[in-house]
Each structure stands twice: as structure tokens, then as C-alpha cells.
Design a protein around this ligand. Structure first.
Ligand SMILES: C[S@@+](CC[C@H](N)C(=O)[O-])C[C@H]1O[C@@H](n2cnc3c(N)ncnc32)[C@H](O)[C@@H]1O
Length: 409
């Protein structure tokens, strides 16, 4: 057994311990400071809240991108949370990333190419026909078809991506199936095939897991993403002994890490958030609860400046505005709230990776309980993609039953 492989018992134990710890500290991560200016935990742990609120900009930015440092900081005020470090640590696969051939990869964006190289190295040798689930243009499948000489079926529901993928496939043994991964017939393709999914979203990868088990697929490698893309309002765990309940909104927390955003993108995102917070405060002054949702606002509305933006939004939401409103002051309120949100949110972010690991454990345990040997590891650094968890499952041979013994004469 290698270090990334976990027995069913080890997975179940970790799943239970992590779920219990997350549940016991839910007051720290369920309320979002965006909607709740002072979550109840601020009164229960005033030293922690004061420490976060006093952090400088550079410290906030560095902590927001460092999951281990976030847990260490939380552990200074709530020492039991230090267990999150051990419970959410995964081994990093040591294999050297494979570099997709230049000629095969010139149509892949650089980051995607590196992700595919690392993912393929994590998967290791591929000996069976492959089914690439939610394939996009099938870059991963194309690489594996060349690398291992196995036939690859790439399943994708966007016809334009299938057409591009077919063109790129050239002479390799890769065919595209233009189909919905959620359709029953798609699961039928998993029988006898090595299933691979790089960054398949919520329900799509859940359908893959269920389909692979039903069809007794011999092997499966999955890097999940967008856990919140599910049809139900609450997450339905795959294991009956799951001891944590999560709403679809809370699933968002597991994927809030955006290491790929550029400076301009971040500045724009901050401005949009500050303005929305200003609107929530302005609306709260009219006795509307801050957590009452409103429809998304078109980014283009921002071009006209804050006063025009908030007047337009207020009108859309059915509020009369006052000609004497001090919009610059409301905008300043929004920026002030944003500074607080970004600091108090750090307490929540400490749970982001542990929540994602709990979701991965739910998937891994589901497979282990259905006859698979399972590995759980990081296939690349989070800078390459924060969705870097690889769940690898290999079906164990069915146990050989002893022939019934003849009764003694
Ligand atoms: C995040 S992309 C990942 C693509 C590819 N695996 C990669 O890593 O480059 C998810 C893909 O799932 C496809 N998809 C979304 N819904 C689908 C469905 N119901 N059935 C099949 N594919 C779907 C999308 O069109 C998209 O290409």
C-alpha cells in the first residue's frame, strides 16, 4: 500500500473525525460576514475577532491564500482546531509531471497543459480503454491515447467542443460522444473502461461515481470541482454515516480559493463587492434584512459610477431614492464594510480546505465501501489549480469463493 492509499477503516475514521470537528465549530464558518456584520462567534471569541480586525492589508492578503497559516492562526485562539491540519493534509504525489507532446498540446492553454501533465502522472499507467467524462476538447484523453496507445472515448455535451476535439484528435484513437453525462445511457459507457474526469462539477462527477460503481468500472481517477453545482438545495452525502449537513450555498465555501485571479480582476471584484455591501447597508437602513438576496447586477452597470449604479439598482429593487442622498458617504461605508468582511472572513476560510477534504473523503469512502482500493492525494501544487485533489480507485478482484465442501461420508 503506498502512502496515498487509505483503507476503508482509515477513510471512515477520518471522515467521522473531520465531520465532527467541522460540525462542532459550524458557528465559525456557516454565517458569512458579507451578510452578517458581526457573526455570533465574535462575541464568544473576542480576542480572535479583534486580532483579525487589526490585521494589515498585506497580512490579510497573505493569510487569505495560505490554508495552513489560517488554521494555525485559528488554533492560537481555539487550540482544538489545530487538528484540522492533520485531518485535511494529503500527500503530494511525487511523480514527475508528464509533459504533453508539443505537437499534441499546442492548442492547450499553458495552465491546462501543466494540469494535464500532473494529473496524468498521478493516474500512472493506463492499460484499459478510457472513458473521459466531461471532456471539454478532450485534451487529457488525447494525451493518454498517445501516451498509452489505448482507445479513448471522450464524453462531452457541448457540440462545439466535441467538434474541436475531433479535429485536434487527428490520427490518435480518440472518439467523441456528444451526450449528457447525467443521462442513464452515459453511465453504460463506463463498463470495462478506465474512467477519468479532470474538473467535472458537482452532479456530473457524482453521476460518474454512481455510474462507475453500478457498472463495476475497473478504474477511476477523478479531480472534482464546483461541488456546489448540484440540483438539490442541500448536499446529499454519499455515505449514510455522514455527520455533517451542508447547504448548496455552504458548498461554495469549499471552492472560494482563486489563486488564478490577476491584479486587475481582483481590483474589479473588490469594487463590485464594496458597492454591493454599500447597497446592503443602505437597504438595511430601510429595514430590509442584509441577507435578503437580490438578483445579480450586470458588471456593465458599474461603468457609470457609484451614484448611478446604486440609483439604478435601488429602482430595480423597488426603492425610491432621495435626491439629497450622500452617495460618496454610502460608498465609503461599503469600502469600510469590505475591509471588515475580508478580515472576519479569514475565520471562515480556515475551514475551506477541511470542508473540501471532507467532501473528497465522502467520495473516496463511497468507492472503498464498494470494492475499490482508493488513493487520495494532491496531484499538483495549488498554484497550478486549487482543485488539486485526485481520487484514484482501482477495483479489487471479486473474492474467490471456496467450493462448498463435500459432506464427510
Ligand atoms: C470544467 S470543464 C472541464 C473540461 C476538461 N475535463 C478539462 O479539464 O479541460 C467541464 C466540462 O463539462 C462539460 N459538461 C457540463 N455539463 C455536462 C453534461 N451534462 N454532460 C457532459 N458534459 C458536460 C462542459 O461543457 C465542460 O466542457
Amino acid at each position: 500500500m503506498n502512502s496515498a492509499e487509505l483503507t476503508e477503516e482509515a477513510l471512515a475514521r477520518r471522515f467521522q473525525r473531520l465531520g465532527a470537528l467541522l460540525d462542532a465549530h459550524a458557528e465559525l464558518w456557516r454565517p458569512a460576514p458579507f451578510h452578517v456584520p458581526r457573526p455570533a462567534w465574535c462575541a464568544a471569541h473576542p480576542g480572535y475577532a479583534a486580532h483579525l480586525l487589526a490585521l494589515g492589508e498585506a497580512e490579510v492578503a497573505s493569510l487569505a491564500g495560505d490554508n495552513d497559516a489560517l488554521v494555525d492562526l485559528a488554533g492560537r485562539f481555539l487550540p482544538e482546531l489545530l487538528q484540522l491540519r492533520e485531518l485535511s493534509a494529503l500527500p503530494r504525489l511525487q511523480e514527475l509531471p508528464e509533459v504533453p507532446e508539443e505537437s499534441a498540446s499546442r492548442h492547450m492553454p499553458g495552465r491546462k497543459r501543466a494540469q494535464i501533465g500532473a494529473f496524468a502522472a498521478g493516474v500512472g499507467p493506463v492499460a484499459r480503454p478510457v472513458l473521459e467524462w466531461c471532456a471539454g476538447k478532450g485534451h487529457l484523453g488525447r494525451h493518454l491515447a498517445r501516451r498509452w496507445g489505448v482507445p479513448v472515448i471522450s464524453l462531452e455535451w457541448d457540440g462545439a467542443l466535441c467538434a474541436d476535439g475531433e479535429r485536434l484528435a487527428g490520427g490518435v484513437g480518440q472518439t467523441f460522444v456528444h451526450a449528457d453525462a447525467l443521462a442513464t445511457a452515459s453511465a453504460g459507457l463506463l463498463a470495462g473502461r478506465h474512467a477519468l474526469a479532470l474538473h467535472a462539477c458537482g452532479d456530473l462527477h457524482l453521476a460518474l461515481l454512481r455510474g462507475a460503481v453500478e457498472q463495476a468500472a475497473p478504474a477511476l481517477d477523478l479531480a472534482p470541482c464546483c461541488y456546489y453545482r448540484i440540483a438539490t438545495p442541500d448536499y446529499l452525502p454519499l455515505n449514510p454515516d455522514a455527520n455533517l449537513r451542508l447547504s448548496r450555498d455552504e458548498l461554495h465555501l469549499a471552492v472560494t480559493e482563486t489563486v488564478t485571479a490577476g491584479v486587475r480582476e481582483r481590483r474589479e471584484r473588490d469594487r463590485a463587492q464594496a458597492w454591493k455591501l454599500a447597497f446592503l447597508e443602505w437597504r438595511a437602513a430601510r429595514r430590509v434584512a442584509r441577507d435578503q438576496t437580490f438578483k445579480p447586477v450586470a458588471a456593465a452597470w458599474m461603468a457609470a459610477g457609484f451614484a448611478a449604479w446604486i440609483e439604478r439598482l435601488a429602482a430595480r429593487e423597488g426603492f425610491a431614492t432621495d435626491a439629497a442622498a450622500d452617495w460618496p458617504a454610502w460608498e465609503a461605508t461599503g469600502w469600510h464594510r469590505l475591509a471588515e468582511v475580508r478580515r472576519l472572513e479569514l475565520a471562515r476560510l480556515a475551514f475551506r480546505r477541511p470542508l473540501e477534504i471532507w467532501l473528497a473523503l465522502d467520495r473516496a469512502l463511497f468507492l472503498a465501501r464498494r470494492g475499490y482500493r482508493v488513493r487520495l492525494a494532491e496531484f499538483c501544487a495549488r498554484e497550478l489549480t486549487p482543485r488539486n485533489i485526485l481520487i484514484s480507485a482501482r477495483r479489487m478482484a471479486a473474492p474467490i469463493m471456496d467450493a462448498p465442501s463435500e459432506p464427510e461420508p
